[in-house]
Design a protein around this ligand. Structure first.
Ligand SMILES: C[S@@+](CC[C@H](N)C(=O)[O-])C[C@H]1O[C@@H](n2cnc3c(N)ncnc32)[C@H](O)[C@@H]1O
Length: 193
């Protein structure tokens, strides 16, 4: 058993943003303001495009692409954004072809999260930015989410924020910035040249 995302598009489209704490959106807005004019931004494991909707409100002139393997989620993505049905482990994108990647409540759903992170590093141009929101499996509410997802049959590949930071530095990112509260965190990192 696993979470049937293919059939949950309506639910996520209407309720998905409630899964995020209020402090995550301003951190996304701050990150977006650092992207250059005309930036191309992936919303990876983006589902119905919750993060892309927020991003559109902040930087409507940028190009957003929601990437997900579930057509039933992508079908609910907001009109102005592009969609790409693809597997995060094997992105059909050129090296260094995007300026930003957003990963919201998605990384821990990827069966091979380390491979997906390597793909993120590959498609981001030097100087490109990564924004991640996820749960710390060893703190606060993150502990419950970890066990809940294991019981639901999901990969539950949760990283502690410091472990994700170390993995990203190995992949060629500069020292990530972490904001963490009660088992949830936002990590921001920049791909080194
Ligand atoms: C909890 S949802 C989060 C969706 C969205 N980021 C949000 O914040 O509402 C996780 C998403 O990851 C997608 N997903 C899981 N494994 C994937 C993979 N290997 N490649 C691409 N998307 C994947 C699922 O289809 C689902 O839409």
């Amino acid at each position: 058993m696993a979470i049937p995302f293919e059939r949950l598009g309506w639910l996520f489209a209407h309720w998905g943003e409630r899964a995020y704490p209020g402090w995550a959106r301003p951190l996304l807005a701050r990150w977006l303001r650092g992207l250059p004019p005309g930036a191309r931004v992936l919303d990876l494991g983006g589902g119905t495009g919750v993060l892309s909707s927020w991003a559109l409100a902040e930087r409507p002139e940028l190009e957003y692409v929601v990437v997900d393997r579930a057509a039933g989620m992508l079908a609910h993505a907001p009109g102005p954004v592009g969609t790409l049905m693809a597997d995060a482990h094997d992105l059909p994108l050129q090296n260094a072809s995007v300026d930003g990647v957003m990963l919201g409540e998605a990384l821990h759903h990827f069966a091979h999260s380390e491979r997906a992170l390597a793909e993120v590093a590959r498609v981001l141009r030097p100087g490109g930015g990564l924004w991640v929101y996820d749960f710390d499996p060893a703190a606060g509410i993150g502990r419950w989410v970890y066990w809940g997802e294991r019981l639901a049959g999901e990969p539950a590949k949760f990283y502690r924020p410091q472990d994700l930071a170390a993995e990203l530095e190995n992949l060629g990112f500069g020292r990530p910035q972490i904001d963490s509260r009660h088992g949830r965190y936002v990590l921001r990192a920049t791909r080194s040249a």
